[in-house]
Design a protein around this ligand. Structure first.
Ligand code: PHE
Length: 366
């Protein structure tokens, strides 16, 4: 075999020489009547193979700086030739250009999509945004004051039992109102907003909340709420009813009806639970609505004067005017569970799926 000597050891010349050898090998492999065994012996034979001879000759004459590059190129060349040889005859012979193989399938980058909970939360917020509501957010780690005390849950009040949660450790040295916990509802953001802003207010507050609830098909210790707060002059219970009735129709469809039942929340007076006519059977009664024709969806009520009082007190402590004057203003608030609405909307029977991170489930919403 003629050994072509290398005289120019610049990287460009080295690459060119290697490309020529590879092209030679590839055209041999691709030629009609190609004999793989003979080729293997001629090109890849350990002692007398062409590659071995070339590498001996080129490495011997190469200057020290060039030896490393030549070594690397030989390894790549050997792999490329072996690859071409493997694919020969299978009909998928690869065109290999130095180390880039443009015939390999590309790596696909999956396109992300909104999580169904995030999507539902955004849709609910959007219904209220169209009615002039702005969005506010608050922290998930909250103090006892914002989560309970200012919302008219006094220390040791039994209403606290319904909202047991995780508390941050080692805070016994602090006064109760300063101790930190995972917020149990989005209502503390009502207080935070009223401390920062003056009436009139129309706010929606989406977010994640936590409770000491055992997981089952309909409960998760982490879930989501959208809270609403409207404070202005002359706000009445009919404004609350009209707003929520409109919102439910905008979200679920115009044939949906709403009805209000007396309920209790420490921070609203009077308080109500809102039911909507069953979206599955239209109110006739089915398994989904336990044959009642109605589905309970949210809690609401008129802001309790004690809440405005707590806000004013705190505003004074912060050097601000106590502008939530109950002789001039009133307001309503509401809160709904996003997880439940999402499950209804998409027919999801186990809340755990929303938190499983399982792509087979999530891909269905992409
Ligand atoms: N925060 C209440 C809950 O989580 C819901 C609610 C919000 C009720 C606002 C009335 C007004 O149970």
């Amino acid at each position: 075999m003629d050994i072509q000597q290398l005289t120019d050891f610049s990287p460009e010349a080295i690459d060119k020489a290697f490309a020529a050898v590879l092209a030679d090998a590839q055209s041999t492999i691709a030629s009609p009547g190609f004999d793989a065994e003979a080729f293997r012996l001629e090109w890849l034979g350990r002692k007398q193979g062409r590659l071995k001879q070339l590498s001996d000759a080129w490495l011997k004459t190469a200057p020290v700086e060039g030896k490393k590059l030549i070594g690397q190129r030989f390894n790549a060349l050997k792999e490329a030739i072996e690859g071409a040889l493997e694919n020969a005859g299978t009909g998928t012979a690869k065109v290999t250009v130095s180390s880039l193989d443009i015939t390999l399938p590309g790596t696909t980058q999956p396109v992300g999509a909104e999580h169904p909970l995030v999507k539902t939360m955004a849709e609910i917020v959007d219904v209220f945004r169209k009615m002039g509501y702005s969005t506010r957010l608050g922290p998930e780690v909250e103090s006892d004051f914002y989560n309970f005390e200012s919302l008219n849950f006094p220390p040791n009040h039994p209403a606290r039992d319904t909202q047991d949660t995780l508390v941050i450790a080692d805070q016994e040295g602090k006064p109760l109102r300063e101790r930190l916990l995972m917020r149990t509802h989005t209502s503390p953001v009502q207080i935070r907003s009223m401390l920062m802003e003056e009436p009139p207010l129309r706010l929606v507050i989406p977010g994640k909340v936590h409770r000491n609830d055992e997981s089952d098909a309909t409960h998760s210790p982490v879930f989501h709420q959208v809270e609403g707060l409207c404070v202005d002059t002359n706000i009445t219970f009919s404004d609350l009813k009209g707003t929520l009735d409109h919102a439910m129709k905008a979200f679920f469809g115009s044939s949906v009806k709403t009805r209000f039942f007396p309920s209790f929340f420490p921070f609203t007076e009077p308080s109500a639970d809102v039911q909507i006519s069953c979206i599955f059977c239209g109110g006739k009664g089915c398994r989904k609505c336990k044959h009642s024709g109605w589905i309970e969806l949210l809690g609401c009520g008129m802001v309790d004067p004690n809440v405005f009082e707590a806000v004013n007190q705190r505003r004074i402590e912060l050097g601000k005017d106590p502008v939530y004057d109950t002789s001039k203003i009133s307001g309503f608030a509401f809160g709904m569970g996003v997880d439940r609405i999402t499950m209804m909307k998409y027919g999801i029977s186990d809340i755990g799926l929303l938190y499983s991170g399982d792509n087979r489930f999530l891909e269905q919403f992409a």
